[in-house]
Design a binder for this molecule. Structure first.
Ligand code: PMP
Length: 407
């Protein structure tokens, strides 16, 4: 059958992501991969979760094995609101301000449905989180990329771009500013307090929504917590996306959207057409987990583990990369990623051919450019390989860079 004629325009445009293609290589024996962005499975509280799972299936089967409401589990909403109040000082939140999603990836997809038409504009960071890029691309929206600096997006350029859009009468087409506030995927950077204030000021000036996507905020290894956009801005200005993927387990597939109740209502309506509801079972497991354990205490060993791996990687960079002229990297204060930038003229996609031979893998920066531009940067994750493999992998990568530099 000729399927091609059956596909919609969107169906025709769907392609396998570059990351998926590249990650295939990581499973070659003896390969060292800094490519994947998934948590270390040893950090999953499997005993606690299996015990709770057995209990809730036994005792709460009528709820957990049934369809749930689209909004999600009210018990989890209660626990989540308590947690956010305690950790971040959020106040005046109630169940109308929260909806659970099937991972925050679903929230990104719903954002696309709710806010973006073909002629809409989204202000995005450059580099751009790939999952958001694929969700927003489905809607054929236009992106205005704002380069990231070590402390968040270049706010002078953001101001300039907004001013230009205003002069052209295009501000009504701008639907939101998308930001990852902490330990950016892929860039590793955190938005400073000053830049948060400035971005909020600009959003207020032009009456724009801020979409704050914060999967990594709780995974801070060092430095002080910086208040979130959601806390700093007036209520209603920010839609906050959260997820349990990096602080509990991604297999539970639980994300949360927080915002003004009118917007949350729209999310609920959009989600109904997507999957009716998220899993009642995994939401209730998470709710009981939060009720029984102190999440902050529970993730302390995870943070310690990732910090030690990050420190090993930074030390290996000092040893092997500092000899390479013009190379730069981010020392992240949390999360899973660092971002390495090679001198002008390097193309980390082309360099990947040499990396394949030396069995060391990363994600070329081009995968994260909003416009598929050649990039001298690469994303490296430190959370999965052992300390020894991190050192060996960085050594191999330094050889790859030197060899590519000569060619
Ligand atoms: N946003 C960002 C910035 C991410 O890095 C991720 C996970 N890689 C997600 C959203 C999606 O996470 P999940 O669907 O597992 O909640």
């Amino acid at each position: 059958m000729n399927y091609k004629e059956k596909y919609s325009r969107l169906g025709k445009s769907l392609r396998s992501s570059l990351i998926r293609e590249l990650l295939k290589y990581a499973s070659i024996p003896n390969a060292i991969s800094f490519g994947g962005g998934v948590p270390d499975p040893e950090t999953f509280p499997r005993r606690e979760l299996s015990q709770i799972a057995a209990e809730v299936i036994e005792k709460e089967y009528a709820y957990v094995l049934q369809y749930s409401t689209t909004e999600g589990d009210p018990e989890l909403a209660k626990q989540m609101i308590n947690l956010l109040e305690r950790l971040y000082g959020f106040d005046n939140l109630n169940e109308d301000n929260i909806m659970f999603t099937t991972g925050s990836q679903q929230a990104l997809e719903l954002v696309g449905k709710i806010f973006l038409d073909e002629d809409s504009i989204a202000i995005v960071e450059d580099p751009f989180y790939l999952g958001a890029a694929s969700a927003f691309r489905m809607r054929n929206a236009k992106f205005i990329p704002i380069p990231l600096e070590d402390d968040g997006m270049n706010v002078d350029l953001l101001e300039k771009r907004l001013h230009e859009l205003d002069n052209k009468g295009l501000i009504p087409k701008v639907k939101f500013i998308y930001v990852i506030p902490n330990f950016h995927n892929p860039a590793g950077v955190t938005v400073s307090f000053e830049k948060r204030k400035k971005i909020i000021e600009l959003a207020e000036k032009y009456d724009l929504l801020i979409l704050e996507d914060d999967p990594y905020g709780l995974l801070r290894f060092e430095g002080e917590h910086i208040p979130s956009f959601f806390k700093l801005a007036e209520r209603g200005r920010v839609v906050l996306l959260n997820t349990f993927s990096k602080i509990l387990a991604p297999g539970l597939r639980i994300g949360a959207v927080l915002g003004d109740k009118e917007i949350i209502r729209k999310f609920v309506l959009a989600k109904q057409g997507t999957d009716l509801c998220s899993s009642a079972l995994t939401q209730r497991i998470a709710a009981r987990y939060l009720e029984r354990y102190d999440l902050v205490q529970q993730i302390a060993p995870t943070i310690k583990l990732y910090k030690s791996k990050k420190d090993v990687m930074m030390k290996a960079f000092d040893e092997y990369f500092s000899k390479i002229n013009g190379i730069k990297w981010i020392n992240p204060h949390g999360g899973l990623f660092t971002w390495v930038t090679l001198p002008e003229g390097f193309d980390t996609m082309e360099m990947f051919e040499i990396a394949k031979k030396k069995l060391v893998f990363y994600i070329p920066g081009q995968a994260f450019t909003p416009d598929d531009r050649v990039s001298p940067s690469m994303r490296m994750s430190f959370c999965l390989p052992s300390h020894e493999k991190i050192i060996e992998g960085v050594k191999r990568l330094s050889e790859v860079i030197v060899e590519y530099g000569k060619s």
